[in-house]
Design a protein around this ligand. Structure first.
Ligand code: WTA
Length: 646
């Protein structure tokens, strides 16, 4: 833990929405009477019918139920577009920066309105109705935002699948959500390379019901196969529909989107977010955490395939009438200065990225940063994984010239928005700490029995009461929702993260305590990688753990037991890596594969992952008691192989 403390810069005190006293006052109000607090802040949105019933939530196991603003009626796309038109129709809503630095685009709110209405009409024309699910498999192009908002406009539920997922992963998400319409592009562009999205989609659809339609956005002009009757070009469709579309009246608890995320067991689950509470929370956190003021240029580098892109590229910023930058490319293309050049080019004031990107750029040296100005920057943000103090200090000193506070924001796909974070005008910063809870959030630390711990201590991070942005259920499986998040510690939402709280009440997230790993800020279940590995004909068993990785945060370490008679060599290693990439996608590429004739198991056959984690970390002294293993000698063999790097 870093002992350094960075005070709020004097310049922030004058302009920020809240100072320390303001934070404390608002936080106290939010906890004392949540219904009153969230009722008041619901007014930040435009409602067709203003809600009177604000909070109706219970964490009581097993009857967990979460409803916010249930009698309210609104439309998300109306809130993100229409209501801004009078005042800021000609203001830029989205700055799009292409993969190739030569290409960019600015889309005003007036233009956004037209694009979204047309897209909404294309969906309607192709049979999409309120409540239907639409799968979006697009690169980072403005059409991704148009498609999301178009769904919201007509009351369809979107499910975005990140472009780095394989056809198999895409197919299982299309099937689980029962999507009848898929939106994709001919190809994506990332770091100068093409991603064959339409071809992946064709492949995926071989595993689907067969009655799906595909709307294809032209991005690169690369050759694709269009199947008549199934595949439609977006530009043809858009030209054939009107540029106006009335927003559907949605109940606050109507679903807005599903987003699949990994857990410690089983297949990825469809995290379901609804309309009213989600938007209140996304927009309010965006305003306060980033201290967003009119005229600011705001850039979040995430992909819309992840929750950060949903809440903090599209919904939060646009609900606030912001100018949000959408970047198609990667941090090191064409050079390691790209992020900083984009900041200078578009005069970005607020910049929000992930520790893995910071660490990678830190490795590239200060020169690539120093040659740019970055004078426009006022605030920096971090999200996705714990930020190590060295990376924090570098970000602060080199990127922010010691002028910009850093908001280290802790949250999850499930939480819809940021839960633990500094507020830049209020919070003294400690490098590596996400600091204090946002309004309405009651974090607590519990021991393994669920007993709440007080003061300066470490434990499992739980949240004691609901907030408006919380997920409502796992799509199609409410029992899984209850079991996953509310059964470990009854009456509390369990985050899956370990955490330390210091004497000042600051929270320091230490990482997952379950079988979820965080690779370059991407969440993966070790069980998913294991099931991909055992699907290979030569593999009989596999155990996967995370291990510390300098750039990625965590790397993927696979212990693989082969079928009798199979030989483990580099050839097979390569084959297994390719196999996992094909099954899940490039984001799940194994970093290390160790062939293991035996895995450490208890007498009842349970794999002792704790031991495997320690071996992967080269921490052989900390293996603990291995005497309960069915065959303790396997551990010696694993260690020997690890030391010989075989
Ligand atoms: C981790 C991403 C430490 C954490 C928004 C969490 C973090 C998981 C931070 C959720 C942070 C996210 N400090 N850890 N600032 N932000 N995490 O669902 O382990 O992709 O449970 O949501 O990322 O990942 P997800």
């Amino acid at each position: 833990m870093s002992e350094k403390v960075y005070p709020v810069p004097a310049s922030w005190k004058k302009t920020a929405y809240v100072d320390d006293a303001g934070y404390k006052k608002m936080y106290a109000e939010s906890i004392k009477d949540p219904a009153k607090f969230w009722g008041k802040h619901a007014k930040r949105l435009d409602w067709f019918k203003v809600p009177k019933k604000v909070k109706n939530t219970t964490y009581a196991y097993p009857k967990v139920s979460i409803k916010w603003y249930e009698d309210g009626v609104l439309n998300v796309s109306y809130n993100c577009i229409d209501r801004h038109l009078k005042k800021r129709g000609d203001q830029v809503a989205i700055i799009w920066e292409g993969d190739d630095p030569y290409y960019d685009k600015k889309i005003t709110y007036n233009e956004l309105y037209e694009h979204v209405c047309r897209f909404a009409n294309v969906l309607k024309k192709n049979g999409v109705k309120k409540g239907d699910c639409v799968t979006i498999y697009l690169p980072m192009i403005p059409e991704a935002a148009y498609a999301m908002l178009a769904c919201a406009r007509i009351g369809a539920v979107h499910s975005i699948v990140f472009g780095g997922f394989s056809p198999d992963s895409l197919a299982s998400r299309i099937n689980d959500a029962n999507s009848k319409l898929i939106i994709t592009a001919d190809e994506g562009m990332r770091g100068g390379r093409k991603v064959p999205l339409k071809a992946n989609c064709d492949d995926a659809l071989k595993r689907c019901a067969g009655n799906e339609k595909v709307v294809v956005v032209r991005r690169t002009g690369g050759a694709v196969t269009m199947i008549p009757g199934r595949d439609l070009w977006y530009h043809d469709e858009a030209a054939s529909v009107p540029a106006d579309c009335k927003p559907e009246k949605m109940k606050a608890e109507d679903p807005l989107f599903i987003l699949y995320t990994s857990g410690s067991t089983g297949k990825p689950k469809g995290v379901l977010h609804t309309t009213g509470g989600y938007l209140v929370y996304a927009s309010m956190t965006h305003q306060y955490v980033f201290d967003y003021h009119d005229g600011d240029i705001y850039w979040c580098t995430a992909d819309v395939g992840w929750v950060t892109g949903h809440s903090y590229i599209v919904y939060g910023p646009l609900a606030n009438g912001a100018t949000t930058l959408m970047f198609e490319g990667v941090p090191n293309y064409p050079t390691n200065s790209r992020f900083w050049e984009v900041i200078d080019k578009h005069k970005v004031n607020i910049f929000y990225t992930a520790p893995t990107a910071i660490r990678a750029l830190m490795g590239a040296g200060e020169g690539a940063v120093a040659k740019t100005s970055r004078k426009s920057l006022r605030l920096l943000g971090s999200v996705g994984e714990p930020i190590n103090p060295e990376a924090w200090e570098w970000y602060h000193r080199v990127v922010g010239d010691e002028r910009c506070p850093i908001v280290d924001t802790w949250w999850q796909t499930e939480t819809g928005g940021i839960l633990i974070t500094p507020l830049p005008g209020a919070t003294k910063l400690k490098p590596g700490s996400a600091t204090r809870p946002f309004f309405g959030i009651q974090p607590a630390l519990v021991d393994d029995k669920g007993v709440i711990l007080e003061g300066d201590t470490s434990g499992n991070l739980v949240i004691l009461d609901s907030w408006p942005g919380q997920m409502r259920t796992v799509f199609g499986d409410h029992d899984r929702f209850v079991q996953t998040y509310f059964s470990t510690y009854k009456g509390m939402y369990f985050t899956g993260d370990g955490c330390r709280r210091d004497k000042d009440g600051y929270y320091w997230i230490t990482g997952r305590v379950d079988d979820v790993i965080n690779v370059s800020g991407h969440r993966l279940g070790t069980a998913e990688v294991e099931s991909a590995l055992v699907a290979h004909p030569k593999v009989s068993e596999a155990a996967v753990v995370g291990y510390p990785h300098d750039i990625k945060g965590q790397g993927i370490y696979c212990y693989v037991t082969l079928m009798a008679g199979e030989e483990g060599d580099d050839e097979l290693r390569k084959d297994l890596v390719a196999h996992v990439r094909k099954e899940i996608g490039p984001l799940a590429t194994p970093d290390k594969i160790q062939f293991a004739p035996g895995l450490p198991k208890t007498r009842s056959g349970k794999i002792m992952r704790r031991i495997l984690r320690k071996i992967a970390e080269d921490d052989f002294a900390a293996l603990g008691d291995t005497s309960t293993l069915a065959d303790p000698s396997v551990v010696d063999d694993l260690i020997e192989k690890r030391q010989n790097k075989r």
